[in-house]
Design a protein around this ligand. Structure first.
Ligand code: CU
Length: 174
């Protein structure tokens, strides 16, 4: 069996769910015996709360700093130096360049001429790689790097009228 991202996420979910259920069962089974006065547990409870809060705050800051280099948006200057390609959505078609470059940062300037549409881009394996809304009177810049060469599919992602389901286009990445 191949370890897909979906399978990895599902495995992590199962492990976390098992830990959460185990914790709740442990708390429930330890909660027997006579009730105690609040004053008897207040000090240790407050200390536990303080430690827990500081631990969470430090973990959040560390996770933020570690994940910052993977931030998917490029800087304004990189955006300006990328090659821009116009994409127009209309009832019921897409006007999109027939060929786009592989392994190259590009920007698709997405707009619509009539009503709102959605632009969903699928790679040759049928996986969605990008999704953006196409709105009349507004240009939505979509930054992309196509990793795989081949035939890509574009589907409308927002119900836009009677022939919405026919609204599709293809382009080649090479
Ligand atoms: Cu549509």
């Amino acid at each position: 069996m191949r370890l897909t991202p979906e399978l990895t996420i599902f495995s992590v979910f199962l492990i976390l769910a098992a830990v959460a259920i185990g914790t709740l069962v442990a708390i429930a089974s330890a909660a027997h015996g006579p009730a105690v006065e609040q004053a008897a547990v207040q000090k240790s409870g407050y200390r536990l709360r303080r430690v827990w809060f500081r631990g969470l705050a430090i973990s959040a800051v560390v996770a933020f700093l570690l994940s910052l280099p993977a931030f998917p948006y490029r800087t304004r200057s990189q955006l300006a130096s990328s090659l821009h390609h116009p994409v127009t959505a209309l009832q019921f078609a897409f006007v999109i360049p027939p060929v786009l470059p592989v392994d190259t940062p590009i920007v698709l300037d997405v707009t619509a001429t009539d009503v709102n549409h959605g632009v969903g881009i699928y790679d040759p394996d049928g996986r969605i790689v990008a999704q953006v809304q196409a709105m009349p009177g507004y240009t939505n810049p979509l930054q992309l790097v196509f990793k795989k060469p081949g035939q890509y599919l574009v589907l409308c992602m927002e119900y836009c009228g009677i022939a919405h389901h026919l609204m599709r286009a293809t382009f080649e990445v090479r």
